[in-house]
Design a protein around this ligand. Structure first.
Ligand SMILES: C[S@@+](CC[C@H](N)C(=O)[O-])C[C@H]1O[C@@H](n2cnc3c(N)ncnc32)[C@H](O)[C@@H]1O
Length: 301
């Protein structure tokens, strides 16, 4: 008998060695690497939702909205990939072993990850581990916070005549790059020379992130923004000149998760009227009677 899941309860403490699944034994297990979207549960894809509805087991990340776990059958096993039994932090290797063990039992496993699984989500590493173990896997792309974060604040990443390119970098390794040698810096943290630069995981290393943008030629007055808890209740957007962003972020108490965006496109949110009104339709709004303030005021280009 499949051990029952109970709503959002984490199955981590349940020994999966006692799981058996009747007909599942006769099937080949598959792991679906599913993007959960940036935060708002409505921003998962239809295909992602279908996978959840059929899941025997869900292994989910910290940033996944809890409402999405309710979309899996109540009988589905649920595992918090951040926590192993006994509330010890589960390592990446542990998570990969868990996926393999579940799939080898013939289960349809959903590996639910924030945003898109292949954008700073270690989805590629998991796919590699599954391939090496001979487990079939599929990816269901998700709406990445790198794009949805700025969009939800009314900031287009590209705009004719303003920005023709954008780059997405992780702030994660920024403070490792203490070296003044730009070539070495770029090989560690990527090049930040696109018209628009988006930074994920950059809140704690904001000083280093800003220093990298300046080193790669951004003007200190370039408009910059931080979008905190994008698409979620209580989301905030901070706009400041690049050089002063860390100071204003500290004063405002901006916390992770937040997306940083640097470039002239940030100033567009004022021209678009996005600073005066909510610009993203959320699951808390009624889709069919969406008030007109959700429509961006278009500007002539
Ligand atoms: C480990 S990365 C995962 C990115 C994810 N795979 C994606 O495609 O969005 C986590 C980072 O994504 C960004 N992020 C995720 N959710 C966010 C949200 N709701 N609002 C703003 N930024 C978010 C933050 O920069 C956070 O530190």
């Amino acid at each position: 008998m499949l051990l029952p899941g109970s709503g959002n309860a984490d199955s981590s403490a349940q020994p999966i060695s006692v799981v058996s699944h009747g007909s599942a034994r006769d099937r080949t297990g598959v792991v679906y690497l599913v993007g959960a979207g940036p935060g708002d549960p409505d921003l998962i894809t239809v295909q992602g939702l279908r996978c959840l509805h059929r899941a025997d087991a869900v292994v989910y990340d910290r940033l996944v909205h809890p409402a999405l776990l309710d979309e899996a059958p109540t009988s589905a096993l649920r595992f918090d990939s951040g926590k192993a039994p006994g509330h010890v932090k589960r390592s990446q290797e542990d998570t990969q072993r868990l996926l393999i063990r579940l799939a080898r039992r013939g289960l349809q496993v959903v590996r639910l990850k924030g945003g898109d699984p292949f954008v700073f989500g270690r989805g590629g590493e998991e796919a590699l581990a599954l391939t090496e173990a001979g487990i079939p896997w599929r990816v269901v792309p998700g709406v990445t916070s790198a794009v949805a974060g700025p969009a939800s604040a009314g900031i287009p990443l590209t705009h004719r005549g303003v920005a023709a390119s954008f780059t997405v970098v992780t702030g994660h390794r920024m403070d490792e790059a203490k070296n003044e040698d730009l070539t070495e810096l770029r090989s560690t943290t990527g090049s930040l020379t696109a018209d628009t630069v988006v930074g994920l995981m950059a809140v704690r290393r904001l000083d280093s992130f800003v220093a990298r943008c300046l080193a790669d030629g951004k003007d200190p007055d370039t408009p910059a923004a931080m979008v905190e808890r994008a698409t979620l209740a209580g989301s905030r957007t901070l706009v400041a000149p690049l050089l002063h962003l860390p100071q204003h972020a500290a004063e405002a108490g901006i916390r992770s998760p937040a997306t940083v965006v640097v470039g002239e496109v940030v100033a567009l949110r004022f021209a678009l009227g996005a600073d005066l009104q909510p610009t993203v339709l959320t699951s808390r709004d009624d889709l069919f009677t969406a008030p007109s303030h959700h429509v961006l005021r278009a500007t002539a280009t």
